[in-house]
Design a protein around this ligand. Structure first.
Ligand code: 3SL
Length: 232
């Protein structure tokens, strides 16, 4: 039986061997939710990059560029990191280069894995179904916040573990903790997350509707997968 494990921060990735594994990179608020939304609305592919300057160079090659730092759209880029910015037909058929504070970093630091897929509550079932078919050991890589643990990505990990629990071994403490946390929170994720640091950070920026939207389960049947140098 394959196994599932949870890495609570990209800073802990050095403790894991990614070879032979499928990584599910997750940044529920909001990078991976936004990427899933972009694909659901017709994006051709997405190039996650770590630096603003690198992202800018893709603009010169005809890509749309998206950038966020500390919750705010970075100046001079086409798009920010709100899923609602990707819903109005503006990205159909386009390649999007994106850089965010934590989410794009989690993806790029997982490149040693056999497969990287992008997870969020919005595409939870598509991710679970794919992993059942793939039969590789799974590591959920939580983007966290600037190297630190966060609640929302851990809750996603728990939700995925719940959907996989009878077909994957999950005996390590990180996985169990994420599952217990999800069981405690799932009746009302929004209420549970009210005091969390990133929800408070976003609310201070008057970003409210993104939070509620990113917590919806199974909104899109979309599965972004890493191929060579981009998500397709
Ligand atoms: O850190 C990230 O990658 C972002 O998703 C953070 S924010 O939700 O855009 O503030």
């Amino acid at each position: 039986m394959p196994s599932i494990d949870v890495c609570y921060s990209p800073e802990l990735l050095h403790l894991y061997d990614l070879k032979g594994k499928a990584v599910v990179a997750v940044d529920v608020l909001r990078a991976t939710s936004t990427m899933v939304t972009a694909f659901a609305h017709g994006a051709a592919d997405i190039i996650p990059v770590m630096q603003l300057e690198e992202c800018r160079t893709f603009g010169e090659k005809g890509c749309l560029t998206a950038a966020e730092r500390d919750g705010i759209k970075a100046e001079g880029f086409d798009l920010g990191n709100s899923p609602f910015g990707y819903m109005n037909g503006n990205i159909e058929g386009r390649t999007i280069a994106i850089t965010t504070t934590n989410g794009t970093r989690a993806i790029r630091l997982s490149e040693e894995a056999d497969e990287i897929i992008v997870g969020s509550f919005l595409n939870l079932q598509a991710v679970a179904q794919h992993l059942k078919e793939l039969q590789l050991d799974v590591l959920v890589v939580c983007a966290g916040w600037k190297g630190k643990f966060n609640l929302e990505d851990t809750l996603f990990a728990g939700a995925l573990v719940e959907r996989l629990q009878y077909e994957f071994e999950s005996e390590n403490d990180a996985t169990l903790a994420s599952l217990y946390l999800y069981h405690t929170a799932k009746a009302d994720l929004l209420a549970f997350l009210r005091q969390s640091s990133h929800v408070r950070r976003l609310e201070n920026l008057e970003i409210h509707k993104d939070i509620e939207f990113c917590l919806r389960h199974d909104e899109y049947d979309v599965l972004p997968v890493w191929k060579e140098d981009r998500l397709v």
